[in-house]
Design a protein around this ligand. Structure first.
Ligand code: HMG
Ligand code: MG
Length: 297
């Protein structure tokens, strides 16, 4: 049975733009302000990570300071460690996210430590976040397959998701980082994770590299998932996951859901025009069929 409504977590300004070169801070601000006007309630606005590793996110603090904030919108940031968390506080981020992987290979490549070490780092982030009353989201990458280690066992994901929740994360976003999964794998994964985690505490984060994100989301909706991560115009990818391309496009998720009677609270036309604006600024075409279809009407 499908849910009556879903929450979309817009990750375009972070996951989308971390993969694009030379995006002007002004363009990011215009994008985030337009997204805020579209009805989205959670916008991942930046990342406080090493500027040497991800130069595209180096202006995140300026972005946070300059956006026009809507009172009902959560503006969040990635914080892999205490150093990042402290900058997030200075940025007045509403929420932060820690991120690790169900596979060792991606964890080492992405954040330069083992999965166990990442959890140790997060303990201090979670403790400080609690002190400051900031909710913390947890990301688990490579939930179906890792570009370095191959297929992932669902039990690894289940145990890691459970640990992150027990440590204090309020929600776990399950990432198919390289976008290779198909609905049967998603069903097997969610069957296993749901044994130890309430689906209300899970989000799905599907990259669309192999074009499977929408069927995977449909499968997840049927299994009680009501939070979906997506990126405007399908921008995105992870610089440390070879071959990974953009997230599922927000416009495609809105269309899919609304056509099935699942409320998103987001205005498709406004979201699409935010996507056209950033794509024009980047000199690229939207990677969203719905956006392209709307534009040609
Ligand atoms: P490290 O590589 O272990 O090294 O850092 P370090 O701790 O020795 O620090 C290296 C340098 O970074 C030092 O500067 C630190 O000061 C600085 P230097 O002395 O060389 O000038 N540094 C920082 N600077 C700013 N903010 C910080 C910070 N921490 C250290 N928070 C670290 C570990 C995790 C920071 C690093 O490896 C890193 O930034 N990695 C990049 C991670 C990243 O942003 N990946 C992309 C996002 S994750 C993703 O896309 C997946 C997701 O979408 C879900 C999915 O799709 O699966 C979430
Ligand atoms: Mg991602």
């Amino acid at each position: 049975k499908l849910p009556t409504r879903v929450k979309i977590v817009e990750v375009g300004p972070r996951d989308g733009l971390q993969n694009e070169q030379n995006v002007a801070t002004e363009a990011k601000l215009a994008l985030i302000n337009r997204l805020s006007d579209s009805g989205l309630k959670h916008i991942e606005t930046g990342a406080f990570v090493s500027a040497k590793r991800v130069p595209q996110m180096a202006d995140s603090l300026s972005v946070f300071h300059a956006i026009k904030r809507h009172p009902n919108v959560i503006y969040s940031a990635l914080t892999p460690n205490i150093q990042g968390f402290e900058i997030a506080l200075a940025a007045k981020a509403c929420e932060v996210a820690v991120f690790t992987s169900a596979s060792e290979g991606f964890c080492q490549n992405n954040i330069h430590c083992s999965v166990n070490e990442s959890l140790k780092r997060f303990e201090s982030v979670l403790a400080l976040a609690k002190l400051h009353g900031l909710p913390v989201r947890g990301y688990v990458s490579c939930v179906l397959e890792c570009p370095f280690d191959g297929p992932t066992s669902p039990q690894n994901v289940t145990n890691l998701a459970r640990s992150l929740l027990d440590m204090g994360c309020y929600e776990i976003s399950l990432g198919d980082t390289i976008g290779r999964g198909t609905p049967l794998q998603v069903a097997r994964l969610l069957d296993d994770v749901s044994k130890k985690v309430d689906p209300a505490r899970l989000a799905v984060h599907f990259h669309n590299t192999w074009g499977q994100a929408l069927p995977n989301i449909y499968q997840a909706l049927l299994m009680g998932i009501t939070t979906i991560d997506s990126s405007i115009a399908g921008l995105g990818g992870c610089p440390y996951a070879p071959g990974a391309s953009g997230n599922v496009a927000t416009e495609d998720v809105i269309y899919l859901c609304e056509q099935m009677g699942v409320e998103t609270g987001v205005d498709l036309q406004k979201a699409a025009s935010a996507g056209w604006m950033i794509c024009d600024a980047l000199g690229i075409s939207p990677r969203s069929n719905v956006s392209l279809a709307l534009r040609s009407q």
